[in-house]
Design a protein around this ligand. Sequence first.
Ligand SMILES: Nc1ncnc2c1ncn2[C@@H]1O[C@H](COP(=O)(O)OP(=O)(O)O)[C@@H](O)[C@H]1O
Ligand SMILES: [Mg+2]
Length: 242
Amino acid sequence: MRPELNPFTPGSGLRPPALEGRGKQIDDFDLLIARSKRRQYDRGMMLSGLRGVGKTVLLNRLAEHAENQGWMVAQMEARATDVGVTVSRRRLIGELRRGVQRYSRRHDLQKKLQPVLEFVERLHLTLAGPGGVTVTAGRGGQPAMPTMDWEYEFETLVEDIGAILAKHGSALGVFIDELQDIDDATLESLLAVQHTASQRGWPFFLVGAPPQPAVTARRVPILCGTSVRVLHDRRARTGRRE
Ligand SMILES: Nc1ncnc2c1ncn2[C@@H]1O[C@H](COP(=O)(O)OP(=O)(O)O)[C@@H](O)[C@H]1O
Ligand SMILES: [Mg+2]
């Protein structure tokens, strides 16, 4: 076979020519989006499975689809090297800032989202401060407090963004690949905010891709507030050999 005709694209996360055997997961996610447009908010989603099964590729596809369907999207890959709570939070907020900017440009909502953008930027700066946690970002430019309550700030941000997005039948999707590599405290706060969001009807969805053993090890927090889809080898379903 001529090399350029070979459809196989080895390498992690590389987009394959066709997404085989993922119809069910894409349909489930489509339903989540369709329901969010009617302001019916489900739980987030975990795509779990062994290494190489296709989590990254599917997660990227879902994030792209969500954005094309009018969601605000923040996407990142957690890294085991993100030692320290501050680094992973700063990266998360950085991606959120880009998501807010992209969304407001795309939907011509710069003015409406300006206060949210300022909040995100203050939070980002706060996390970058000496020691990372010396002052609070504060909603609407409130005075600084001696320490920052990360979960409270993040929850407030999700609430503020959600209030605007709900009016437009939209939602905020945070897509995190290799979710197990986020530090425990940040992961727990993300899951707690997902939980609060589904209880209070805020349009916020955490979509993560942890490998299978990580889901097992943290079964309780991961299963709380999200639904887990365990991905299987697509060749088993399609009966194809690659
Ligand atoms: N649904 C699919 N159909 C065809 N090839 C796929 C599919 N999903 C993933 N692949 C290919 O399999 C390889 C591994 O996928 P990846 O998403 O990196 O797996 P994981 O994140 O679970 O380790 C990549 O080369 C990718 O192009
Ligand atoms: Mg991967």
